[in-house]
Design a protein around this ligand. Structure first.
Ligand code: FRU
Length: 614
């Protein structure tokens, strides 16, 4: 079957064109035979590029066995429509040209008769087509954030940079907008703004689904896959979670799985291998989440295939509420001092700062084998959070980024409600790409800074507002947001609250929905209230207030705020904090109102930019 999947990879064309189903003659029609109350056989004609599968999100999965010339090629799980079609997913037919293609479908519904089973909406709506419509029409689809063109997405993973291209892989279900059939989706960009979705890079195989992992360019060919091969290490997830390798000799477009897999097994749940090159010791270092033990294991290897356990970090340290997942370990220089420190990212779920999933990190030292976290003045290891919103998870960095950069991206959702958010053809976006750094704060401790990547300045189109400043009191001063693209924009605002208790920034729309951000001057904090932000009732965990420390004490706060249809990311202008929250307003937010409480305040400057993408 290898030959088939290779063809699949090169032949998938993702088109945005709109066209109706093809006219087929009798020999080219899909033939459906109902074999039992839950069992149906579908003969697929050798015509067209896609079989469009009708999906109903609320239905249970049907198991579809794909038989090619009578042999099982793969099994996929799809929520085939029962009473109505929510959307379609494309099953690519190009790999099967010239072959006999039969799908045997086992549905989940309880049926009293075959006649009843025949009425399911999926059967009359199975369609052969030469195109699959991925045009960006959903109201909550972001304009300038990466989303899959269709299907479910969770963690970003396996990212690397090579020859001017940023490769972003992601946990993808190409057959529906809920978590299932985990594959590595793949998108590429040369500017971190415009992303082009590529064919799936890794799909479930006999060892299981393809969970999160990492990739590295093997410059010396140490793994035996050739010099400059891109080597991916990921978790194969089935009955057990085991670690596997795959390599690519075409810059990450297609991967071949290593026949010696798995390369690492443990008795209890372990996942999300993240490896990097330790040049000094001429070997590879791997961090692996020992999920239920709340620890990150550190291994070393000369060749990525044989791994030696060196140490474990985490027992009893930091937030312990849920499983530990998606580690990342890297060195950074502390801003201004030149001191080198290591950062260990430990994503955890649940148990995040505002409930559900979130990213905690530790600052410390790494000697090539063991990570030791810094302590505070009392000798404790403090829990630090990388982002102070509810929708930032599984953040990891690109390997081999240029100019010594440490560029990260996160999944912009939360396991509490990710599968329920009000989108259909796609579910979930990534955060904006960000640069991580380190700074020493007033309490003497070292924290991570987290700023939008410099490339994002190119998003700015027109300055629809540019003001050198004005005084504010209790009466709100209203600033219009851009009229184009549903008001997506970047706002840069400098607040001066030295003579006030607090300053409110309110985003409002015609429907009376709002997001309230409050700068609490004496509390040195910024809060974000999305309880009345629009559609919030799909999960009781969604309405929430999140709060970030501002790391300042002079009453002045400069913010960069990115609004993109269903997300708001707030950054302190030097990256001292970041806060990422989803919102689902029924109408776009059209204005920003600024007011002060407990005294007069000032806006020392405000710029609002409309956004352009290619
Ligand atoms: C984190 C996670 C990872 C796992 C992946 C599966 O969100 O649970 O630990 O590899 O998602 O999709």
């Amino acid at each position: 079957m290898k030959k088939l999947s290779k063809t699949a990879i090169s032949a998938i064309a993702i088109t945005a064109a709109l066209s109706g189903p093809m006219q087929l003659n009798a020999a080219e029609e899909v033939k459906i035979e109902h074999l039992g109350t839950r069992n149906t056989l579908v003969r697929v004609p050798d015509a067209g590029k896609y079989l469009l599968l009708p999906v109903q999100d609320s239905n249970d999965d049907a198991k579809i066995n794909v038989l090619v010339d009578g042999k099982l090629d793969k099994t996929i799980n799809v929520r085939l429509a029962k009473s109505k079609v929510d959307y379609y997913v494309p099953f690519d037919l190009t790999p099967y040209k010239g072959h006999d293609l039969v799908l045997t479908v086992v549905t989940s519904q309880d049926r009293s008769s075959v006649r009843e089973a025949k009425d399911d909406a999926c059967w009359s709506n199975l369609t052969i087509s030469d195109t699959f419509d991925t045009a960006n029409r959903e109201k909550y689809r972001p304009l300038f954030h990466h989303t899959p063109l269709w299907g479910w997405m969770n963690d970003p993973n396996g990212m690397f940079y090579k020859d001017g291209v940023w490769h972003l892989y992601f946990q993808h279900n190409p057959y529906g907008s809920k978590w299932q059939n985990l594959s590595w989706g793949h998108s590429t960009s040369t500017d971190l703004i415009n992303w082009e979705q590529q064919p799936e890079a890794l799909e479930p195989d006999g060892l299981g689904m393809i969970f999160s992992g990492s990739s590295a360019v093997d410059r010396t060919g140490s793994a035996g896959f050739g010099k400059d091969a891109v080597v991916a290490m990921y978790t194969s997830a089935a009955e057990s979670q085991i670690q596997s390798l795959a390599w690519s000799d075409d810059n990450g477009a297609t991967f071949t799985t290593y026949p010696g897999n798995p390369v690492l097994t443990l008795e209890s749940e372990a996942r999300d291998p993240n490896m990097f090159r330790d040049e000094k010791n001429n070997r590879w270092v791997l961090t692996l989440a020992h999920a239920l033990e709340h620890e990150m294991l550190i291994f070393t290897s000369p060749d990525m295939k044989t791994w030696t356990l060196e140490s474990a970090f985490g027992k009893g340290i930091g937030a312990q509420g849920g499983v530990w997942e998606c580690p990342d370990l890297f060195e950074l220089t502390v801003d201004g001092s030149g001191e080198k420190k290591w950062v260990l990212l430990c994503n955890l779920n649940p148990g995040g700062i505002f409930g559900g999933s979130a990213t905690q990190y530790f600052v410390g030292d790494f000697d090539g084998k063991t990570f030791t976290a810094d302590t505070d003045a009392e000798g404790n290891i403090p829990t630090k959070w990388l982002d102070f919103g509810k929708d930032h998870y599984a953040a990891v960095s690109w390997s081999d980024a240029p100019d010594n950069r440490r560029t990260l991206i996160g999944w912009m959702s939360n396991w509490q409600y990710a599968a329920e958010v009000p989108t259909l053809q796609f579910r979930s976006a990534n955060t904006l790409p960000r640069e991580i750094g380190l700074f020493k704060a007033g309490d003497g401790q070292i924290y991570a800074s987290y700023s939008p990547s410099p490339e994002l300045l190119a998003l700015r189109d027109r300055a629809v507002t540019k003001s050198r400043g004005f005084n504010i009191g209790s009466k709100p001063r209203r600033i219009a947001l851009p009229s184009e693209n549903d008001g997506v924009c970047e706002i840069v605002i400098t607040l001066n609250g030295q003579k006030a208790d607090s300053i409110d920034l309110e985003l409002q729309n015609e429907a009376g929905e709002k997001v309230v951000m409050t700068y609490n001057v004496s509390g040195n904090s910024l809060s974000f209230d999305r309880r009345n932000s629009g559609v919030t009732d799909f999960s009781h965990d969604f309405p929430a207030v999140t709060t970030a420390p501002t790391f300042n004490s002079d009453g002045k706060l400069c913010l960069r705020i990115f609004i993109d249809r269903s997300s708001i990311e707030v950054f302190e202008s030097d990256g001292k904090f970041a806060m990422t929250n989803l919102v689902f307003p029924t109408k776009p937010y059209s204005s920003l109102s600024v007011s002060a409480k407990g005294g007069k305040a000032r806006v020392d400057g405000i710029e609002v930019y409309s956004i352009k993408v290619k």
